[in-house]
Write a protein that binds this ligand. Structure first.
Ligand code: FES
Length: 154
């Protein structure tokens, strides 16, 4: 029991130390989306799917549910690090409830501004999120033009 309590206390101390270190580099927004990522997962039978691989080799996927050209739901998955997850999460929040045309204009600059900045070595994470979103939106537009192809993509 004592060992368990010690382990729990050590774990909590380690987490506190990690957060203190992270706060020296990242904004509270990044840390919030890193610890509590929104819209994680994959939408069943999506109307648009986008995937992209960043310059670091990390991949992201976004899936869309759209009605009357407005994004009702958007999910993301990534194998990347906490920063990648944080910007993926923020990007889904930025895109939700926007029209397709509005969402197509979301740039990596917008994402970086929304998370209140990223260190230079992690700005490419925002590029990955914005490219993934665009790929999902372009896929939706293609599916709308040629809906008979959708079932072959699943
Ligand atoms: Fe690779 Fe963030 S570290 S996309």
């Amino acid at each position: 029991m004592d060992d368990e309590m010690f382990d729990q206390a050590s774990l909590e101390r380690l987490q506190r130390e990690m957060l203190e270190e992270a706060r020296k580099i990242y904004s509270e927004k990044v840390i919030d989306h890193w610890l509590n990522p929104r819209n994680v997962g994959r939408i069943e039978e999506p109307q648009g799917v986008g995937r992209a691989t960043g310059i670091c080799g990390d991949t992201m996927e976004m899936t869309l549910r759209i009605r009357n050209d407005r994004i009702l739901d958007i999910n993301f998955l990534t194998e990347g690090c906490g920063t990648t997850a944080a910007v993926g999460s923020m990007t889904t929040e930025l895109a939700k409830r926007k029209t397709v045309q509005e969402a197509l204009k979301i740039s990596s600059k917008d994402i970086i501004a929304a998370v209140e900045g990223l260190p230079p070595e992690h700005r490419h994470c925002a590029d990955l999120a914005s490219i993934t979103l665009k790929n999902a939106l372009l896929d939706y537009l293609e599916n709308r033009r040629e809906p008979w192809k959708l079932s072959y993509k699943k």
